[in-house]
Design a protein around this ligand. Structure first.
Ligand SMILES: Nc1ncnc2c1ncn2[C@@H]1O[C@H](COP(=O)(O)OP(=O)(O)OP(=O)(O)O)[C@@H](O)[C@H]1O
Length: 857
């Protein structure tokens, strides 16, 4: 970007030809013309620079985002970004007539897109304009092509956009010279100097060169070029490539194409010579006349359109081919003329009237389109064939470059001002460029992309929720074709004849059905995930309560003489003391339940999920010992299960409960899987090991004062009426012995159980950390539980359940059915444990009551 004189031009024109005056000359010019109105002080200019730079930068960003093969593919099917019509001005050199008259030159171009026009001769004040580029009288055809922005348009046409370059201005201002080169080039075969070639010929060369480069980059891309050449003469459309048929071709409208000319001859060409021949043919056939202002005056508007179809493999899916229909249209408008100046008469007068009429309509359309208030309203495109055919280029989905051609002479001052006013308005017109594709193909492409995204989302959710993998291509629960076949069919269909609309329609339907199914399935998965989260939070909470209750009971029992008494009754010799090793479930013949303390905090507490990051099986090392009782990973339980039907009321899979249920809890407790001391349990600082005989004694003393149980124990002790106490001595004595024995055992165990390996140390540290978290107040989770909101979501301020799908997927990784399995199992285990303890207590009550009441047999 460069900035001179308060005007900034976009980068694509920065190296443009400068044929204007510098800053010094500017002052001189303004002084000469007596103009002071718009002169800015240097500091004001700085501000203006910044403002303009901002706008221009935005424009550059828009420009650069549009072309480019991959970007445009991404944009296909979606609304394009708004893009202003580009307007450049070209000033022709004074002609012989003007030179002879010694007309005053009223135009100056200081560079950077600025144009000053001295209208003092017609009583006006000097005017300042800014365009996307201003090209002075010395500008060569080459410089014009390189810098006006046409190259950008050609690139975009190759990318599938509809592009239009047109020249407008008064008669004799140099439109034809700019678009095709001087008319004499086509009349006199001797004048074939490449130097005079206009934008069209240079564009042809550029296109062939670009296509060659693109083909080298991607040999699979196929380009097809076709051309049409028409003129609008006296409001009638004529085919310049089919001069034999001089009939008036109808202009029609269709939803897909917009306005188009019916029955136009549209030859395909493959070489640069062919297309040059097309141009020459058209130039020979167009209506040209002569009048006072121009010896070779165009009496019609001409349109040369190059259709560029490109078929290429979809970069996202090799089997899919995309056909884009880009085009570049060169429009050489007939010039407006004042009849009294041109002295037209007869047929020429009719021509002039028609030309002026259509140009007036064009002007009205431009005015309406440039006015934000009128833009959404009626635009009078239908008032002329010219505006009908230019409707897509103006305010449509095309990309447009306008070259305003003007004379430097003061004699043509008012015409020049008219042209420039239209140019200023045209600059305000916004288009929304879109890649042109077959609508069905475009839909297929967008459906394919959505399908791909939904599939990966579906697979991801299934993995995270531990559901069986989906079978791709399911339609209403039934596969239509195996995947390979599906691909082959798709490929065949895509490489179809364009008329094969049935195949396309079928394919479209299949994609739509599959996408719909996937969307539905994904919604169900998300719902399931939410319910799993809620279930887990509730389960975890219940587990905590159970553990708490269990601990209380155990502590009471451990501190009571009953523990000794009861354990002594068990032939197995297992103590209910947790650290004594094992304890049989009261209700099963299964292996003994492992120590309770490691479970006092749910290892799968979803409320800690954020810190855990346990997303795969097997779980993280610190969790493995506590999960070792599982003989098989949960995924194996559900490996062959298809996606469970969803309970509509609850929104969770109807067999979700069954999946989680463990009919025989102990059946999944193989003894071999019980964690041993060598697995790092002996050092775990659970409450059992913390309760040393001394502590227990203190606790016992404290609790004894207010515990009914203790009162009963005391009575029992005093009476010494129990069978066991009679057999083995007094309660207090036995209890003391037991405590001593246990304390010794624990000391031995602690001394001999220094961590042996690094892994074991890590596990112990991990466990200690977990135990540390355990002491955190539980109520920090309760809000989340009560609100039925996953706690980690609740932590985030202002975040609700309508998070984006991606966010929801990310959340899902912490809530798997593995976690639910573990929580369910633990719950069952804790309940069994509790029942066991309650059984113990009941037994005690049974034993204690007779002693109390003196009725025991
Ligand atoms: N930039 C230029 N450099 C040199 N000569 C030019 C330039 N522009 C125009 N001319 C000459 O001026 C004359 C008129 O130009 P041209 O025919 O292109 O005008 P026009 O705008 O197409 O007019 P009309 O609307 O009547 O067709 C031609 O002889 C042409 O060669």
């Amino acid at each position: 970007m460069a900035s001179v004189g308060g005007v900034v031009i976009p980068a694509w024109q920065d190296q443009s030809y400068r044929n204007g005056i510098g800053m010094g000359e500017r002052t001189e010019f303004l002084a000469e013309t007596g103009y002071t109105g718009d002169v800015k002080k240097p500091e004001e200019q700085g501000k203006a620079d910044k403002t303009t730079r901002k706008t221009s930068m935005a424009s550059v960003v828009t420009n650069s985002s549009l072309p480019g093969s991959n970007d445009s593919l991404v944009d296909a099917g979606s609304d394009g970004e708004e893009d202003s019509v580009r307007v450049v001005v070209r000033i022709r050199p004074p002609n012989d007539l003007e030179t002879n008259r010694k007309d005053k030159v009223i135009t100056q171009c200081p560079g950077q897109g600025a144009l000053w026009v001295d209208t003092s001769t017609s009583g006006g004040r000097p005017k300042q304009f800014t365009f996307d580029g201003v090209f002075g009288a010395e500008t060569t055809q080459y410089q014009m092509f390189e810098n006006c922005g046409i190259k950008k348009l050609l690139d975009m046409a190759l990318d599938g956009y509809a592009c239009t370059a047109f020249a407008f201005g008064q008669t004799g201002s140099g439109k034809t010279h700019t678009i095709t080169g001087p008319m004499t080039m086509f009349e006199d075969d001797t004048v074939q100097d490449a130097e005079y070639q206009g934008l069209i010929q240079r564009a042809f060369l550029y296109l062939f060169d670009s296509i060659g480069q693109r083909k080298r980059r991607d040999p699979s891309t196929v380009y097809t070029l076709r051309a049409t050449y028409l003129e609008i003469y006296n409001e009638q459309v004529k085919d310049l490539l089919n001069p034999a048929d001089r009939s008036n071709l109808p202009v029609r409208w269709s939803k897909e194409q917009g306005f188009y000319v019916e029955n136009l001859f549209c030859p395909e060409f493959e070489t640069i010579d062919d297309i040059m021949a097309v141009l020459e043919e058209g130039m020979h056939n167009r209506h040209v006349g002569s009048h006072n202002l121009n010896e070779h005056s165009s009496r019609s508007h001409t349109m040369l359109t190059l259709n560029i179809d490109s078929e290429m493999a979809d970069p996202d899916d090799d089997s899919m081919y995309i056909t884009k229909h880009g085009k570049i249209c060169f429009v050489d408008l007939a010039g407006s003329e004042k009849v009294k100046e041109s002295k037209s008469a007869g047929d020429a007068l009719v021509e002039t009237t028609n030309i002026n009429k259509s140009l007036l309509t064009l002007g009205n359309c431009i005015s309406a389109l440039s006015d934000p208030k009128k833009r959404g309203g009626h635009i009078p495109f239908r008032d002329s064939k010219l505006t009908k055919l230019l409707s897509d280029s103006l305010g449509g989905t095309g990309v447009t470059l306008m070259v305003a051609c003007i004379s430097p002479s003061a004699y043509n001052g008012s015409e020049t001002m008219n042209t420039l006013r239209y140019a200023v308005r045209a600059k305000r017109i916004k288009n929304k460029p879109l890649v042109r594709m077959d609508p069905r193909e475009k839909l297929i492409l967008s459906l394919q992309r959505e399908l791909k995204r939904l599939r990966s989302e579906n697979e991801y959710l299934r993995t995270k929720l531990n559901f069986p993998q989906s079978r791709m291509g399911m339609v209403n629960g039934h596969r239509k074709e195996p995947p390979q076949e599906d691909e082959a069919v798709r490929q065949t269909l895509v490489r179809r004849d364009t008329n094969d609309s049935d195949s396309l329609y079928e394919m479209l339907q299949e994609y739509m059905v599959e996408n719909e199914n996937l969307r539905h399935e994904n919604t169900e998965l998300f719902t399931s995930k939410d319910h799993i989260q809620r279930e887990q939070v509730l389960l975890s909470r219940e587990n905590d309560k159970l553990v708490q209750k269990l601990e209380n009971l155990e502590r009471v029992l451990a501190a009571s003489p009953l523990s000794w008494q009861t354990s002594s009754r068990h032939s197995s010799g297992h103590s209910i003391r947790r650290d004594s090793g094992h304890r049989h479930s009261a209700h099963s013949e299964g292996p003994p339940v492992t120590m309770l303390s490691p479970l006092t905090k749910s290892p799968f507490d979803p409320r800690e999920a954020k810190n855990r990051h346990m997303t795969t099986w097997p779980p993280s090392p610190e969790l493995q010992p506590r999960m070792a009782w599982r003989s098989t990973p949960p995924s194996e339980h559900s490996k062959d299960v298809s996606l469970p039907p969803v309970d509509q009321k609850k929104g969770i899979p109807s067999n979700f409960r069954q999946q989680q249920a463990r009919p025989n809890v102990n059946a999944s407790f193989p003894p071999s899987k019980i964690p041993t001391k060598s697995q790092g349990f002996s050092k775990l600082p659970h409450k059992g090991t913390e309760v040393t005989p001394k502590v227990m004694e203190k606790k016992k003393e404290k609790k004894a004062s207010d515990s009914n149980l203790k009162k009963r124990f005391i009575k029992l002790e005093a009476s010494g009426t129990t069978g066991s106490s009679q057999k083995q001595g007094g309660y207090a004595e036995r209890f003391q012995q037991k405590r001593e024995a246990m304390g010794k055992k624990e000391e031995d165990s602690t001394a001999s159980r220094e961590p042996e390996t690094e892994k074991e140390q890590d596990m112990n540290i991990a466990w200690q950390n977990r135990e540390g978290q355990r002491d955190q107040p539980i109520h920090r989770h309760d809000n989340a539980v009560d609100n039925h909101t996953p706690p980690h979501n609740a932590d985030k301020q202002g975040e609700t359940n309508d998070a984006s799908p991606r966010q929801r997927i990310n959340d899902a990784q912490f809530y798997t059915t593995k976690d639910s399995d573990a929580l369910q199992d633990m719950n069952a285990k804790l309940r069994a444990e509790l029942a066991d303890l309650e059984g113990e207590i009941a037994r005690y009550k049974h034993v204690g009551k007779p002693a109390q009441g003196g009725k025991k047999r």
